[in-house]
Structure formats: structure tokens, C-alpha cells
Design a protein around this ligand. Sequence first.
Ligand SMILES: [Zn+2]
Length: 50
Amino acid sequence: MGDSVYGPSNPWRPFCCERCRQIDLGAWASESFRVEATPPSDPDEQAPLN
Ligand SMILES: [Zn+2]
């Protein structure tokens, strides 16, 4: 344990491994997605299907 995991030889250096990086980016993405995913509450904003 220690420096070797977070050393320059580790391509995932901000994280300990690819899995942890994916988890962190995934959490960040879902957080921002949740903010932008707010559906329009105004029915008039929705285009008519016919
Ligand atoms: Zn890890």
C-alpha cells in the first residue's frame, strides 16, 4: 500500500485504478444529468404528436 498505487506509473493516478475512476466519473455524470434532466412541467412546451 502507498505511493506506488498513486505514483506516476499509474495511468489512473487521480484514482487508484480504472474502476474507481469510472465510479467517480459515473457519479459526477449522474449528478449533472440529474440537474439537466428536469422535465418540462408545462404541457404546452411539448410538441403535438399529430
Ligand atoms: Zn481502485
